[in-house]
Write a protein that binds this ligand. Structure first.
Ligand code: AQP
Length: 337
């Protein structure tokens, strides 16, 4: 049976970009495919979280991240496995072994590393190396599908390259995850999702961007959401049009609203394209986002820490079993055992 796997870092409250690009697609896929017998692994990569500043308490953020999935509608059954990365030590150990297969040249080409280190006089090695830990996260569980936002797809290609090189050198140990085109097809979207920064829509929306008004956080109240949307950068054309190439700001608003409403982009866009009422569109988008977020926040409030911890503990027993078996295979192939 196939395996689907994903994770979202717990370094702070999540943005609407994380929610729409990675969390909602995963919840949808998990609810569908776990019932068909696929194994679904959802983990909180707490080790990845510390490559950047942690806003708040990491342990509490980790619990909150799982609550997000549950509030977003994740259904639990025997095929859905939930765990914290640092509770499965095989991730770190395989990362080291894969570090000895990855090359400096390919790591230097990673866009996320370039973006996260840009303009910094010094950056930690974790920012450079986390794509290898990500490869370990995926390969330990023989994951075929890894639903992610657009920014992370380069790391799937890296994972494939590392796994193929390892298999070539040591024998057929790893299952190679599907290539980007297949991943996107599996997610059921035309293109991998990239939600833009509200102030600079050429950039992606990110948790760590300093400007508060550039991102919608999942705990934002309706008034705050409205203020941010009303202040979002659009364009000086006279008519509303969906086109990310020439009008990224307004296209981002249309895109976010359609995803939040759960309707097709064309259905949402057809009511607005050709009109000049930018202000009305912003109000409508703010209404759609804040209504759905308020409902989501109310669900969050009803989930207890105990419920979340019980899910983690159960999932970690499973994850350690699978991960340790794969790690032993790797250790034997390399000659460590
Ligand atoms: N703007 C985005 N649009 C669509 N998907 C996005 N993701 C992140 N931003 C967008 C997806 O969210 C998942 C988890 O991301 P992560 O926190 O593990 O890493 P990240 O990509 O570094 O996320 P951020 O928000 O940009 O974090 P910071 O600012 O802390 O570095 C991934 O699937 C990602 O694609």
């Amino acid at each position: 049976m196939k395996t689907i796997l994903t994770g979202i870092r717990a370094n702070s409250v999540l943005t609407l970009g994380n929610f729409l690009g990675a969390m909602l697609p995963m919840v949808r896929l998990s609810n569908k495919y776990s019932k068909e017998g696929y194994s679904v692994n959802i983990f909180v990569p707490d080790l990845h979280s510390i490559i950047s500043e942690v806003d708040g308490n990491l342990r509490e953020n980790t619990i909150r991240t799982l609550k997000y999935y549950l509030a977003a509608g994740l259904e639990i059954n025997e095929n859905v496995h939930i765990y914290r990365q640092s509770y499965v030590p095989a991730h770190s150990e395989l990362c080291w072994i894969l570090n000895c297969t990855a090359t400096m040249g390919e790591m230097n080409r990673m866009t996320q590393y370039k973006e996260k280190s840009e303009g910094k006089s010094s950056c930690n090695v974790g920012i450079f190396d986390y794509p290898v830990l990500m490869a370990a996260d995926i390969l330990l569980y023989s994951a075929n599908y890894v639903p992610l936002g657009e920014d992370q797809f380069q790391h799937i290609e890296l994972t494939r390259n590392i796994a193929e090189r390892f298999n070539h050198k040591y024998g057929e140990v790893f299952v190679i995850p599907e290539a980007t085109a297949e991943q996107v097809k599996f997610m059921g979207v035309e293109k991998a999702i990239r939600i833009r920064d509200l102030i600079d829509p050429e950039k992606k929306m990110s948790k760590s961007t300093a400007a508060e008004n550039s991102k919608i956080m999942l705990d934002d109240e309706p008034a705050k959401v409205a203020k941010k949307i009303m202040g979002a950068t659009t364009d000086s054309f006279e008519q509303i049009k969906f086109d990310f190439a020439t009008r990224p700001g307004i296209s981002n608003l249309l895109y976010m609203a359609a995803l939040m409403k759960g309707i097709s982009l064309s259905d949402f866009v057809k009511d607005w394209e050709g009109q000049s009422r930018y202000g009305d569109l912003k109000k409508a988008v703010a209404e759609v986002i804040s209504t759905r977020l308020a409902d989501f926040q109310a669900r969050m409030a009803k989930i207890s820490d105990e419920e979340v911890l019980a899910l983690f503990e159960e999932g970690e027993k499973y994850a350690n079993k699978i991960a340790n078996a794969k790690l032993l295979e790797v250790q034997k192939a390399v000659g460590l055992r």
